[in-house]
Write a protein of this length. Sequence first.
Length: 539
Amino acid sequence: MDDAVISRIGDAAVTVASGLELADVLQHVVEAAAELLDARYAALGVIGDDRMLVEFVHTGFDGDIDRIGHLPRGEGILGLLIRDARPLRLEDLTTHPSSAGFPEGHPPMRTFVGTPIRVRDRVYGNLYVTEKRDGIPFTAADEQLAELVAAAAGAAIDNAIRYSATRRRERSLEAVREISGEILGGSGQDRVFDLIAERALELTDAALAVICVPRPAAPETSLDVRAAAGSRAAHVRGAVVSTPSSLTGEVMRARSVVVADGLPPELAAVAGEHPELLAIGAPLLIRGEPYGALTVAVSRVGDEERDLVQTFANHAGVIVGYTRARDELERLLVIEERERIGRDLHDTVIQRLFAMGLELQALVSRHADDEHLATTLGAAVDGLDDIITQIRATIFALQPPTLTDSSGESTAGRIHDLVTAIVAEAQRPLGFEPELVLPNDPDTRVPGHIAAHLLVVVREALSNIARHAGATEACVELDLGREVRVRVTDNGVGLPPDPPAVGNGLANMRHRAEAVGGEFVVNRAVEGGTVLEWRVRMP
C-alpha cells in the first residue's frame, strides 16, 4: 500500500470522525468508502434487533431509489453478510447462490465487496461497495481498504452514539428541571401532564405520547386520555378508551414497563400514518399503587427508550402525589380556618347574644304590666333565639363531617347517616319531625364533591321551611341511583303566585346544582305547599 493510498485513508478517517451527529457520520462513511475504492455505489446498512436492516444510508444512487420503491431490508447478499459477519468480495454478485436478484428500477451491479462494521463488541451494521468505476473486479487491496474504512467507521460511530446519548441525557435533565419547576411553581395537574407528554415525545422521537388514567365513574372498564402530544394529539386528548384492551390497563396490572408490538387503542390515532410503530408503556405509581400510565408510539425500542419513558412516568406519578398532597393540605387549612371561625362564633357572638336575651327577659319581667312593651320585648327575645339557632347551624356547616374515603367518594350508607342527622337537627326549629325516605342500596358510591353539595341542599331546604313555610308536615326523599336526587316537599304557604325575587337560599341551591352540571327546580304543590327538587346525573 503506497504512501498516497495511506494518505487518502488518513484523510478519509479524519472526514469520517469529523461529525458528532450519527446521521452525518454514517453519510461520511459511505462517501469515504466510495471514494477510496473508486466505486460508483456505496451503502451502510444498520442491523436491528430482529436481524434485519433498520436503516440504509447510501451514495451514488441519485434518483434511482425513487424508482426502486423501497430500501433494502436485508435479504439476498446483504442478508448473507448479516448472518455471517465476515468480509465478502465477489466478481459477480448476481451469480452467487444467495443472490435474490434486484427489484424493478434497480441499477445493474456486479462487482461487490462488503465488510461488517463493529462498534465495541457487537456488529453495528455492514458496509457495502459495488461497481468499481474502471469495470474490473475489486482486489484484495480494495477489500483491505474497505476493512480499514469499517474500522474507522466503528470508532466514529461509537463516538457519535456516545455523544448522542450524552446530549439526550442533558435534554432529559433539562426536561426534568422544567417539569420540577412547574410542579414547585404550583402549576395544575393538566399543565404538568401535557408537559410530560411533550418531553417524552421529543426525547424518544415518538409519533404520539399520551397519559391515561381510569375514569372515576368506571375505573375497571374505561380510561380518560388526560394528556397527549404529537401530530394527532388533538384527535386523542379527552378520548375514552377501554381498560381491558389498552396498553395502559396491561401496564397497570404489571406495574412495570411493557413493550407491545402494534399500537393499542390509546395510540391508534397514528396507526394510519405509521402502522409499523411499536408501543412502550410505563406506570404512574403513587406510593407503589398504579394510577395510570404514560404510553408512546416509537419506531424502535431499546434500553434508552425504556428508561426515558419510565423516568417521565415517574415524574407524572410525583405530580399526581404532590397535587393530591397539596389539595389535602389546602382542604385541612380551610377546615382549620372554619373551625376557628366556628369557635369564635360560639365563644363570642352566641354568648353575647345569649346575655342580651337574658337582659331582655329581665326587662319583660320588670314591665309585665305594660302589655305592649312586654310583647315587643318578647318578640325580640324570640328573634334572638332564632338568630342563635341559625348561627349554631352555620357553625355546624363550617365544620363538615368527613364524607369521602381514600378514593374521593362517599358511600350511600355514609350519606344516609348524615342526612338522617340533618333531618333530626331540623326538628326543633320546624316544630315537628319531617318524614325521611332513603334508598335501599347502602353500597352505591357518590363522588365526594356531589355528596357535599347534596348535604348543604338538604339543610338549606329544611331551614327555608322552618323560616318561611309555616308548614306542619315535610318530607325529604333521597335517590342515589344513576342520578343523585333530593326531593323536599312541605304543606306550608307555598311560593307566592308571582314571587318578586328568588331568595338567597333558593339561589344558593340553584348555584350548587349548576356547579356540578345538575338541575334545580322549585314549584308550588298542587294541594298547597312547595316541591323542591335538586338532581345531578352521576358522572
